[in-house]
Design a protein around this ligand. Structure first.
Ligand SMILES: NC(=O)c1ccc[n+]([C@@H]2O[C@H](COP(=O)([O-])OP(=O)(O)OC[C@H]3O[C@@H](n4cnc5c(N)ncnc54)[C@H](OP(=O)(O)O)[C@@H]3O)[C@@H](O)[C@H]2O)c1
Length: 248
C-alpha cells in the first residue's frame, strides 16, 4: 500500500508549498484546509498522486470531528502514515494586559494546539495497519524562547513541544512524534507580524530587519528540508527538533 500523508493549513505559506511538493510524489495526500485548491488538484493529477481535499475550519469543533470521520477509512488502508500539523495563527499579538478577547485566544489555542492533539489522536488510533507512523507538528522558536507581545502564540507553541514529548512517551516505538521548529520563513504570517505595532510587539524591528536584510528562508527551501527530514531515518531522534539543525 502506498504512503498516506495528512497535512493541515494548505491555502498559503509553508503549507501550500509542502502540499504542492507532496502532490508530486505519486502517493496519497489529504489536505485539511478551509479552501480547496484547483491548482493542487491539477498538480496531483499530473503526477499520479491521489488527492483528498477536506474543507475544514480547524477552529470549528464540529467541522473538525466531521473531518476526522472522513479520515478514518483512509487511515486504516495504509502501512505508512504521516501527519503534518502545519496550520497556525500568530494572533492575537498584544501585551498581556490587553489579551481580553477570549474568542480570539480560544481560536489560537484551537488551531495551534487543540486541533493538533485531536488530529494526532485520530491518526494514531486510525492507522491500524501502519508499521511506519510519523507525526510532525510545526512548532516555533516562540515555544522555546519568550517574546514580549506573543503571550498566546508562545504559549501554544510551548504546549506543542511538551505535548509531543508526552505523546512520544505514550507511543514508545509505535510512532515517531516530533515538534519541529522551521525557522523564520517568508510567508503571509511574517507579513502579518511586520504589520503589528511596536507597542504590541516591542521586538518588531527584528522582524523588519530580517525581511529587509533578506534573512528569511523561502517557503520552498523550508518545505523541501522539512519533507526530507520527515522522510529520513533521523526523524524522531529528537522529539523537540529544529529543521535548521539537520544536514539535508
Ligand atoms: N513564517 C514563519 O516565520 C514561521 C516561523 C516559525 C513557525 N512557523 C509556523 O509554521 C506554520 C506555517 O506558518 P506560515 O508562515 O506558512 O503561516 P501563514 O502564512 O499564516 O499560513 C497559515 C496556514 O494555516 C491555515 N489556518 C489558519 N487558521 C486556520 C483554520 N482555522 N482552519 C484551517 N486552516 C487554518 C491558513 O489557512 P487560511 O488561509 O484558511 O487562514 C494557512 O494555510 C505555522 O504553524 C507557524 O506557526 C512559521
Amino acid at each position: 500500500m502506498s504512503q498516506l500523508t495528512i497535512l493541515t493549513g494548505t491555502t498559503r505559506g509553508l503549507g501550500a508549498v509542502m502540499a504542492t511538493q507532496l502532490a508530486h510524489n505519486g502517493d496519497h495526500l489529504v489536505t485539511l484546509s478551509r479552501v480547496a485548491s484547483d491548482a493542487l488538484a491539477a498538480t496531483a493529477k499530473t503526477h499520479g498522486t491521489t488527492l483528498t481535499q477536506i474543507n475544514v475550519d480547524l477552529g470549528d469543533t464540529k467541522a473538525l470531528e466531521q473531518a476526522a470521520a472522513q479520515l478514518k477509512p483512509l487511515l486504516a488502508k495504509h502501512t505508512s502514515v504521516r501527519f503534518i500539523h502545519n496550520a497556525g495563527v500568530v494572533t492575537p499579538i498584544a501585551q498581556s494586559q490587553d489579551l481580553t478577547d477570549i474568542a480570539v485566544i480560544n481560536q489560537a489555542f484551537q488551531v495551534n494546539i487543540t486541533s493538533a492533539i485531536y488530529l494526532t489522536a485520530v491518526v494514531l488510533a486510525g492507522a491500524t495497519q501502519a508499521s511506519d507512523l510519523r507525526v510532525m507538528l510545526i512548532s516555533s522558536g516562540a515555544g522555546r524562547n519568550p517574546s514580549s507581545g506573543w503571550g498566546v502564540y508562545c504559549a501554544t507553541k510551548a504546549a506543542m513541544d511538551r505535548y509531543a514529548e508526552v505523546a512520544q512517551m505514550d507511543q514508545g516505538k509505535r510512532a515517531r512524534i516530533v515538534s519541529m521548529a522551521p525557522g523564520m520563513i517568508d510567508t503571509p504570517m511574517q507579513e502579518k507580524i511586520r504589520a503589528t505595532s511596536k507597542n504590541d510587539l516591542p521586538s518588531l524591528d527584528r522582524f523588519l530587519d530580517a525581511h529587509s536584510q533578506q534573512k528569511l528562508a523561502t517557503p520552498e527551501g523550508t518545505a523541501t528540508r522539512l519533507l526530507k527530514v520527515l522522510a529520513s531515518e533521523a526523524f524522531g531522534g529528537k522529539t523537540i527538533d529544529d529543521v535548521r539543525e539537520h544536514n539535508v
